[in-house]
Design a protein around this ligand. Sequence first.
Ligand SMILES: Cc1cc2nc3c(=O)[nH]c(=O)nc-3n(C[C@H](O)[C@H](O)[C@H](O)COP(=O)(O)O)c2cc1C
Length: 269
Amino acid sequence: MPHIILLNGAPRKTGNTLRIAEWVAEGAQQQGADVTVIHLTDERIDHCQGCETCARTGRCIIQDDHEAICQQLEQAQGVIVCAPVYGGFYSSVLKTFLDRLTCTLGFTGRFAHLCAVGVTTARYDFRAKNAKDIAAALGSSWLNPGYVSGTIHKQVMDTKKSRNIVVSPENSPRLYAAAIKMGGKLVADIQQEKRGALPLPVRLLFRHLVLPGIAKILVNEQGKLPFLYQKMEEQGIINATLLRRHAAQMQRLSPDRPWKTGEKVKFTP
Ligand SMILES: Cc1cc2nc3c(=O)[nH]c(=O)nc-3n(C[C@H](O)[C@H](O)[C@H](O)COP(=O)(O)O)c2cc1C
């Protein structure tokens, strides 16, 4: 039975955003999935302090509910992420959760196995991009992005009456049907083990330009960020050639120091 997390980044539990996400969950349940709801506003999630300890150790220093939620996501096969648009972006509730993953997620691909559905609502700014961004955010490994099963982005403004509507299966039957169908698709995608893939040009750009650039910074910083260093070494991006080049460069910069060709960078955790 596929296990799906509904990660709710909407502050209002009676609002349109969560309601639509619940319809997606209903559709998934109809196809045999079990769904756990996590309301991010009920959890203790402090702001990222910007210390970058996670880049050194792979773990955040803040002791709160963040890591437990990450572990639940790790064990799930699918996620329905929802958040309303606030100030042209997704809510700070979701942003605070995601900020805590910024330094490591791209390297670890921790949630790249998840199939995801993104749900956003807004009064005016109801572009598909918002919903796609939040669905893709969790999978955001540079080489292995998560799979976006689908997105729902709904304008909740009744333009004639100039006020928000409250969606229901009765007043929005097409939206309800689409959400139920999307829940079913999410389960089918999980069962077919769909995986995300970046377009080839972007993949090549990351592999040959961006990641080697980051690797060079890590090597030059001489072990200040051992967790990231280790992850890039595992991916073969920090390799003997790069280390040889580094040693030659260091030899030029400090000729008095006996740098050996290919000398390994020593970690100082
Ligand atoms: C603080 C705040 C900021 C908002 N900013 C935007 C915005 O930038 N663009 C927009 O179209 N709607 C904006 N809205 C409207 C909400 O996106 C919209 O009402 C949404 O459906 C609320 O979701 P909910 O019913 O789940 O609470 C904002 C609402 C609030 C409370």
